[in-house]
Design a protein around this ligand. Structure first.
Ligand SMILES: [Zn+2]
Length: 271
């Protein structure tokens, strides 16, 4: 079993950004969506910095993300967990899972359509031996989600060939260890939820409830993300902050009245 960091409470949500850039409109919407759910439930809301990929990390972005959350009135409970401090826990989790080493390149897997274990030769990457695929789950907002068969059955990576832990491994380890009851996040992670439930089932009787929020898209239909060069949010004055919150609330399906930032936050959790 994964050692728990905190005791279980009726509701514990989290926002878990990776420090690959500053907070933008899409990530504020995800943060606000999970914050609203936690505060409405009178539960806890934690922040975890997912800094397990140093090559993609942007210097200074951790501080910017936290400052932006505070500027928007999104205060968190308990200490921030940094995934870069959690190496021992991830290695322990790996020791509890059935896995095998792999040398397959992306190109080889693409040519085969899927990773095929019988054609795999040992290498430096570590794959989960996926013997109990999860083909569907109930999403809090979107109902029954079916996961594509090929994806559900894939022996996905736990550790990359460069020695870094994968997102799937770290997020499952920390969601379980922190006793997260509700994962509210952007729908870009919708189908990866099957892998995460799969890993959880291998080591625990607990798993959170998942709810995936709509993504903000740009005029080309692309997800608003740091990779697509989304603009960092301006949080240097109160009117900018108020407008950011209004935009995020509208994206979440609310019709916010003309209120100050703090009044808007109170309004969201009482309506
Ligand atoms: Zn392989």
């Amino acid at each position: 079993m994964i050692p728990r960091l905190y005791n279980k409470v009726p509701y514990r949500g989290r926002f878990a950004p990776s420090p690959t850039g500053q907070l933008h409109a899409g990530s504020l919407m995800a943060a606000l969506g999970s914050w609203i759910q936690a505060r409405k439930a009178e539960g806890e809301w934690l922040v975890r910095i997912e800094d397990i990929d140093p090559p993609r990390e942007v210097s200074g972005s951790k501080a910017h993300i936290l400052a932006a959350l505070e500027a928007h009135g999104l205060y968190w409970d308990k200490d921030i967990v940094y995934q870069s401090d959690r190496t021992e826990a991830y290695l322990f989790l790996i020791s509890q899972l059935r896995s095998y080493f792999c040398s397959c390149t992306r190109q080889k897997i693409k040519e085969q359509r899927n990773h095929i274990r019988s054609l795999c030769t040992p290498g430096k990457a570590l794959r989960f031996q996926n013997t109990s695929p999860i083909y569907s789950f109930d999403d809090l907002f979107q109902g029954l989600i079916k996961i594509p068969k090929d994806m559900a059955e894939e022996d996905f990576l736990l550790m990359r060939s460069d020695g870094y832990f994968t997102y799937q491994l770290a997020v499952v380890c920390d969601d379980l260890a922190q006793g997260i009851t509700h994962v509210i996040r952007g729908e870009d992670l919708l189908h990866a939820t099957g892998w995460q439930l799969n890993l959880m089932a291998a080591i625990s009787e607990n798993s959170p409830i998942y709810g995936h929020l709509p993504l903000i898209r740009d005029s080309r239909g692309l997800k608003l993300s740091k990779q697509n060069h989304a603009k960092p949010l301006d949080y240097t004055n109160s009117e900018a902050v108020r407008q950011n919150l209004r935009t995020a609330l509208i994206g979440l399906g609310h019709s916010p009245p003309d209120l100050s930032s703090s009044e808007l936050l109170s309004w969201t959790i009482t309506t």
